[in-house]
Design a protein around this ligand. Structure first.
Ligand code: ACO
Length: 328
């Protein structure tokens, strides 16, 4: 009998501090009208000085463990999708492991930007389905506002901070669980979104002189064009692999980067608005956290219930993209 990776609990956390479009109007030459029209974002959450990707991840992890009624000591692996870790090393997952007391868990991070949760969920699912582990914690956490240039209007309006987490357990004799995942990458698009300073090529300090900046760079319209096609392609491929149709999707939870991108993906799948989850108005683009926060709020609102088919899809720096099909 095949082993399935079933979601037993979900949690989330966002910082208290709210950064509105009106706040941004005071920082750069922009307007609430422009931001709403071009992105659909009204406000976003922002870490305080004492918050970081790990503190967000720890709070979301505790919430998910409580929801799953699983003790941290039962976890065998913690995987965190994150590109804004507290440090280059150690990983955020090790900081989470220590903070929640998951003494029996392996821990590692996955660097797949806004597709980080999709990639991480796939790794955990493979570990469960192969019999390597029975209990896994998967987190998407990012603190992008720490790396945003608040004088650059083309990026500072887009991003927010947050974390979401799920507890997965191995089960047999069920049709619930992760059904299929598609993971894709195209490194030729690496130049379209990057943060060059602080890595081993341009270590902090030396390279200010080379004109490198410690902030996110993004060629917005290139990423936009890529995303519109990539989101739909990944979804269609996952559905085909699972032998399912778009009409089988009860809820679509796409990466919340831009309302126009979300709407075009939903349109390509022919999904009516009630089957499409959106919360980007409140949070902006929270990178790896966007999809698990969406799933968590969908559960809280009663829009995602056990047995329903949910599709996630995301894209981000790399370029990377992918989709999960899950029977909740
Ligand atoms: N306020 C006012 N005007 C602005 C702003 C702003 N905040 N930002 C840009 N503009 C101006 C530009 O300067 C430009 O002016 P110009 O015509 O005089 O040159 C004009 O608005 C149009 O700019 P575009 O970049 O063409 O605007 P577009 O409609 O493409 O929207 C946006 C820009 C919102 C960034 C869009 O391209 C987008 O959402 N791209 C995808 C981004 C994304 O999803 N990234 C996800 C990955 S992030 C990760 O992996 C970490």
């Amino acid at each position: 009998m095949s082993i399935r990776a079933v979601v037993h609990g979900i949690g989330m956390f966002v910082p208290e501090k709210v950064l509105t479009n009106a706040d941004l109007e005071k920082l750069v030459d922009t307007s609430d009208e422009w931001i709403m029209q071009r992105t659909g974002i009204k406000e976003r959450r922002m870490c305080s000085d004492s918050e970081s990707a790990s503190t967000l991840a720890i709070a979301a992890a505790k919430d998910a463990l409580k929801d799953a009624r699983v003790d941290a000591s039962e976890l065998q692996v913690i995987i965190v999708g994150c590109v804004t870790g507290d440090y280059l090393f150690p990983s955020v997952s090790c900081l989470v492991q220590e903070a929640i007391g998951a003494k029996n868990a392996a821990a590692f991070d996955v660097g797949a930007a806004c597709a980080g949760f999709i990639y991480s969920l796939n790794v955990a699912t493979a570990m469960i389905e192969s019999g390597q582990v029975t209990n896994a914690l998967v987190i998407g956490s990012d603190a992008l506002t720490k790396f945003v240039d608040f004088t650059d209007r083309s990026t500072c309006v887009l991003f927010g901070d947050g974390a979401g987490a799920v507890v997965l357990k191995a089960e047999t004799g069920t049709d619930r669980g992760v059904i299929d995942t598609v993971l894709l990458a195209d490194g030729s698009g690496a130049k379209h979104i990057d943060l060059q300073l602080g890595g081993s090529k341009y270590p902090v300090g030396r390279d200010y002189s080379e004109g490198k900046r410690p902030y996110i760079f993004m060629a917005g319209s290139e990423v936009y064009r890529f995303a519109v096609t990539a989101m739909g392609d990944a979804c269609c491929r996952a559905l085909a692999e699972a032998g399912m149709e778009a009409s089988d999707i009860d809820l679509f939870v796409p990466h919340q980067a831009n309302l126009r991108i979300v709407d075009s993906a939903a349109e390509r799948l022919g999904l009516p608005p009630e089957r499409v989850f959106k919360n980007l108005e409140k949070y902006g683009n929270t990178s790896g956290a966007s999809i698990p926060i969406g799933l968590c709020e969908a559960v809280q609102q009663g829009r995602l219930r056990p047995g329903m088919v949910v599709m996630t899809v995301g894209f981000g720096a790399g370029l990377v993209w992918g989709a999960n099909l899950i029977r909740w």
